[in-house]
Design a protein around this ligand. Structure first.
Ligand SMILES: Cc1cc2nc3c(=O)[nH]c(=O)nc-3n(C[C@H](O)[C@H](O)[C@H](O)COP(=O)(O)OP(=O)(O)OC[C@H]3O[C@@H](n4cnc5c(N)ncnc54)[C@H](O)[C@@H]3O)c2cc1C
Length: 379
């Protein structure tokens, strides 16, 4: 019997396998990953430094333990180069693998913004354990960090590094933190609390050039400001890994296009996690992965199932000023309304028929996320 083959060993891959094993202990499963295959929680990467965690303490279960626990064949450090759909085979760096059904859980790549200057290549990004190891090593000799991007991951790193004693400069072309997720009145709540722990903000601009200095780097911003930093970390967003699917003739858009059963335009191939675009939406967070994995496990087990996403609030790990939010769909029509204020704000986004479509909770209101999510679900 040919196996179900899962490509990737991130949260999406391991969650779908775990869910499938709850339904079926017999079905053969092979996991192929180009990384070590160790299981870890990626969200920890942006708040691990202040807790003095190295990669060994971030690994929850090593690859061998995962293989045993889930009763799977695990091929680590094995990159998949192409998919031969006609033969139902994967072509990997170390040979071919046949599949009965194929699950793509390939994740996403950090977006790199091209910079001028002789040190442009030294910009770091942290998207997996190996990146974190490099980042942690370089921080040993640094006192200051410039962060490209004041979105969710940028704010989390800013909070973490400032707590650990680094001078942090955040540079972002938007007007305020978390601008793509919240209205200005909510985003601005983070300014003073993070400044207090050592963050300086540079909004409405971006890094233009990065050059080596006698120690660290000299950064020139588009607005003419010159900054010095020992290390530059980019957190400007991620782009779904779609190339493998595109080369195989699968339908791709912003992500690998799948329906509510997580199925691509090839009946035997499925996708979930950061690489997937599920019914038009790329949802690069943990909760959507959990829901998609449960539905996909049923489908792989031969059942009829589809994913239905409930309200899924996102927590920003910025303890200096906690934030919880439910992003508003891009095409939603309505207005933001302030519901309460104090040490933070509670703001809702209401549609034309006064239905709650999203929210932003900061500071003392961040704890109300379950209550607000229920209101969201009830509308
Ligand atoms: C710093 C950081 C903090 C975050 N914090 C939060 C948070 O607080 N809350 C939240 O909900 N979300 C958070 N997220 C997002 C969340 O972590 C991701 O949505 C999730 O981990 C993605 O899992 P994945 O399995 O889809 O992708 P990944 O974990 O990226 O896994 C992709 C896998 O595919 C493998 N792969 C790729 N290409 C190939 C190939 N050609 N051949 C073989 N293997 C291949 C990779 O090696 C890897 O194992 C955070 C993300 C980051 C980067």
């Amino acid at each position: 019997m040919k196996p179900i083959v899962v490509v990737g060993s991130g949260m999406a891959a391991y969650t779908v396998i775990r869910e499938l094993r709850k339904l079926n202990r017999e079905i053969p499963i092979t996991l192929v990953s180009r990384d070590s295959g160790d299981s870890y929680s990626k969200p920890m990467l942006s708040n691990a430094f202040a807790q003095k965690k190295d990669i060994n303490s971030l690994v929850q279960t090593p690859a061998a333990g995962m293989a045993k626990q889930l009763d799977i064949k695990l091929l680590a450090n094995t990159e998949v180069r192409s998919i031969d759909r006609e033969r139902k085979q994967l072509v990997t760096v170390s040979g071919e693998i046949e599949y009965e059904k194929l699950v793509l859980a390939l994740g996403a790549d950090p977006i790199r913004i091209p910079l001028q200057g002789d040190a442009a290549e030294a910009v770091l990004s942290v998207n997996d354990l190996a990146d974190y190891a490099v980042f942690r090593e370089q921080l040993k000799n640094a006192k200051s960090v410039a962060l490209m991007g004041g979105g969710l991951i940028g704010c989390e790193f800013a909070n973490d590094l400032a707590t650990a004693g680094y001078a942090v400069a955040v540079i972002d072309p938007s007007a305020y933190p978390l601008a793509s997720l919240m209205p200005e009145q909510a985003g601005r709540q983070l300014l003073a609390p993070l400044e207090k722990i050592g963050v300086t903000w540079h909004f409405g601009t971006s890094i233009q050039s990065m050059n080596k200095a006698s120690s660290g780097f000299t950064l020139t911003l588009a607005n003419g400001t010159i900054l010095q930093a020992d290390l530059v970390l980019s957190a400007v967003g991620l782009r779904s890994r779609i190339q493998l699917a595109r080369d195989a003739g699968l339908t791709v858009n912003r992500g690998i296009v799948v329906d509510s059963a997580l199925r691509t335009n090839d009946d035997s191939i499925f996708a979930l996690g950061d690489c997937a675009e599920i019914e038009g939406k790329v949802l690069p967070y943990i909760l959507p992965i959990m829901h998609a994995a449960r539905a996909l496990a049923k489908v792989l087990n031969g059942e009829v199932a589809k994913v239905i996403f409930p309200a899924m609030p996102v927590v920003v790990k910025a303890p200096a000023h906690p934030v919880a939010l439910s992003p508003v769909a891009r095409d939603a029509v309505g207005t933001w309304q302030l519901l309460a204020s104090g040490d933070g704000v509670k703001i809702g986004f209401f549609g034309n028929s006064k239905n709650l479509l999203g929210f932003a909770l900061t500071g003392e209101f961040a704890g109300e996320r379950s209550e607000m999510a229920q209101k969201l679900a009830g509308t």
